[in-house]
Design a protein around this ligand. Structure first.
Ligand SMILES: [Zn+2]
Ligand SMILES: [Zn+2]
Length: 416
């Protein structure tokens, strides 16, 4: 029941649109039955009602689209009004640090200012990010952003929110049918954390003169979660960051249609460096000097994709990768910034060799699991050897094991 309440609380716009759609259907039914010259039989009316509902689902109803556009316009106007006060912003004090935490395949970014701690995503489930925060002496978070409901972004937030006081959480307000997402909602509810549906135009003071402005989404859909990602630009003096979550080309083109300042020194490259993000128009609008790609070593998606590496290299962007370089920390005084690592150099030949390694490891590896647990093991793991023979199942590859819902054993540590 609590989840249902939370879900209802999170989707007022959807409910509103649903009632608008109902009203439209009702109006059309009335006009059909009263004005049709040919006379419509019962079946005809039902068919039309069905059509209407389908059209609504696909968001193609022109009147609904108009409504969406109106909402867009309203939000943009609101943002413009806010922008006028931008010059009155406090000058930067102290330093701002952005930690792009190595969480394997996933995103987790800690921002520390002179006054506040902000966390954008928490990687997959587990304690990696919680431990990182503790090592950094972070005992409370002023703001957490769950860019979108995929597990490689919100999974780790569950343990973080359980262990550390959080003042506010912002996410796109779209639902997802996974246990991880349910658990995430439960923690927000149990800890009574202030929840905000993030929408383009919203701003947050990050302390020390740093400011965050959300530039996406305006009307997210749960049918494409990556494009529902919260995209935010952070400014600190003259230095600016663009955080993109898993926003893909659809989101990027919507962002380009809004009248926001996009130019940023540092770009968190969208969707782990996938070729479905970082379109040329978006890249040239952001025009970063530094690009951070967050992905896992030997991930099964092939992230980062070669197209993205080529695009960034051709645009003269210094590339940093969490899969090959680990955690990357950027610190800035608001005038210039330092990166904790040396840039990665894209070398097409080396890249091909690496890709072959990944494929071979995936094909050759043989792993075993038990029907009574969710771990996959190397065949010589002591846990694997103790599995009752009638419960043994074997996997030809890591991806096969993962597709079956298995996770790597913590003892034998098979490839992930
Ligand atoms: Zn992701
Ligand atoms: Zn995603």
């Amino acid at each position: 029941m609590e989840n249902f309440y939370l879900f209802m609380r999170r989707t007022p716009k959807k409910i509103f649109l649903f009632f608008v759609a109902l009203l439209l259907i009702f109006t059309m039914c009335i006009s059909c039955t009263t004005t049709s010259e040919e006379g419509v039989d019962d079946n005809g009316v039902i068919e039309e009602v069905d059509d209407e509902v389908v059209i609504d689902d696909e968001d193609e109803d022109p009147e609904l689209e108009e409504l969406d556009e109106e909402i867009d316009v309203e939000e943009t106007e609101e943002a413009d009004v806010e922008d006028k006060s931008a010059d009155e912003r406090a000058p930067p004090t102290g330093t701002l640090e952005a930690h792009f935490i190595d969480v394997g395949q996933g995103d987790a970014i800690l921002i520390k200012t002179a006054e506040k701690n902000i966390l954008i995503d928490g990687g997959d489930r587990g304690d990696t990010v919680l431990n990182y925060l503790r090592n950094q002496g972070v005992s409370s978070l002023d703001l957490v952003i769950g860019t979108h409901p995929h597990a490689d972004h919100i999974g780790g937030l569950i343990n973080v929110m359980n262990a550390i006081p959080v003042n506010e959480i912002i996410d796109p307000g779209v639902a997802h049918t996974t246990i991880t997402f349910e658990d995430y909602l439960d923690v927000i509810d149990a800890k009574d954390i202030m929840f905000t549906e993030g929408r383009a135009g919203m701003k947050r003071d990050l302390g020390g003169g740093a400011e965050m402005k959300i530039i996406h989404p305006t009307s997210p859909s749960s049918s494409h979660l990556n494009n529902a990602s919260i995209v935010a630009r952070v400014t600190f003096g003259d230095v600016s960051f663009m955080f993109t979550g898993d926003a893909e080309q659809g989101a990027e083109s919507q962002i380009l249609n809004r009248d926001y300042e996009l130019n940023s020194d540092i770009l968190k490259v969208g969707h782990h460096g996938s070729n479905t993000s970082t379109t040329s128009p978006f890249l040239s609008a952001v025009s970063p000097s530094t690009g951070i790609i967050m992905c896992g070593t030997g991930n099964t998606y092939g992230h980062p994709h070669e197209e993205t590496l080529v695009k960034l290299t051709n645009a003269g962007v210094d590339i940093y990768r969490t899969d090959t370089q680990g955690t990357i920390v950027i610190s800035t005084d608001g005038l210039t910034y330092d990166v904790s690592q040396q840039p990665y150099t894209y070398d097409p030949q080396q890249e091909q060799v690496d890709e072959q390694d990944v494929v071979e490891a995936d094909v050759e590896g043989k792993f075993v699991g038990s029907t009574q647990s969710d771990k996959y093991h190397l065949p010589d793991c002591r846990h694997a050897e103790s599995i009752n023979p009638q419960n043994i199942i074997s996997f030809g590859s890591v991806s096969e094991a993962k597709e079956a819902g298995y996770v790597p054993c913590g003892v034998c540590k098979p490839p992930q």
